[in-house]
Design a protein around this ligand. Structure first.
Ligand code: ATP
Length: 201
């Protein structure tokens, strides 16, 4: 398995880039999507969450009340640990299964948290790290116009993510997404061809 870890801060263009890879026939495993799948209705992790925290953690349709749980663990750090104990190993196993099921010459693993533990955590699964990078001013504008989030809330997210300089230091490949989408795609084409050559060797 030749795994390329794709990361970047909020609003940098990870989804735009991973959609481009999908269009080229490259399998993409998205850690955020997997994290939602393991707590879907009927999954053992959802059952365990309600056993641990109570039924308030569910919406009326039986799905996870993500906003309430997020707020709860923000206010109760010890419960964040309990939640992570329920979800982390399941997310990891599900991600590995999806990576192993990939049929393209290489596979992209997307996560905003890829480099949270330097190269020791999720990044250790990857042969190369591709960072999609934009200046913070562009992050604020794009994430703000996408979600309607205030600059203050975007700044709070930027503050808890790995610092841009540290992320760039850990990157093997950097794509600067500060222009038109076509500019992003031209650069992705170059790294895509490099990855195809690498995995052919
Ligand atoms: P998050 O981590 O917050 O999920 P992300 O890194 O996946 O963000 P995207 O959702 O791909 O970022 O991009 C953020 C927003 O910026 C989206 O609305 C996207 O359409 C837009 N965008 C991405 N790249 C460009 C670009 N080159 N030009 C204009 N808009 C862009």
């Amino acid at each position: 398995m030749f795994i390329i870890g794709l990361t970047g801060g909020i609003g940098c263009g990870k989804t735009a880039a991973s959609d481009w890879f999908v269009a080229q026939g490259i399998s993409v495993v998205d850690a955020d999507v997997v994290a939602r799948e393991v707590v879907a209705i009927g999954e053992p992790a959802l059952f365990e969450i309600t056993q641990t925290f109570g039924d308030w953690a569910l919406l009326t349709d039986g799905s996870l009340n993500r906003a309430a749980l997020r707020q709860h663990v923000f206010e109760h750090p010890e419960d964040r640990k309990k939640l992570e104990q329920i979800t982390h190993s399941r997310i990891y196993s599900a991600m590995l299964l999806q990576l192993q099921a990939a049929i393209s010459p290489y596979v992209i693993l997307v996560s905003p948290l890829l480099l949270e533990s330097g190269k020791a955590g999720l990044a250790s699964l990857c042969q190369r790290i591709l960072v999609i990078d934009v200046p913070e001013s562009v992050q604020r504008t794009r994430a703000g116009s996408r979600d309607g989030q205030t600059h203050e809330s975007i700044d709070r997210i930027i503050a808890v993510q790995i610092h841009r300089n540290d992320r760039l230091t850990l990157a093997d490949d950097i794509v600067l997404n500060d222009g038109e989408l076509v500019h992003l795609y031209v650069q992705l084409q170059v790294v895509h061809e490099t990855y195809l050559k690498m995995c052919a060797n």
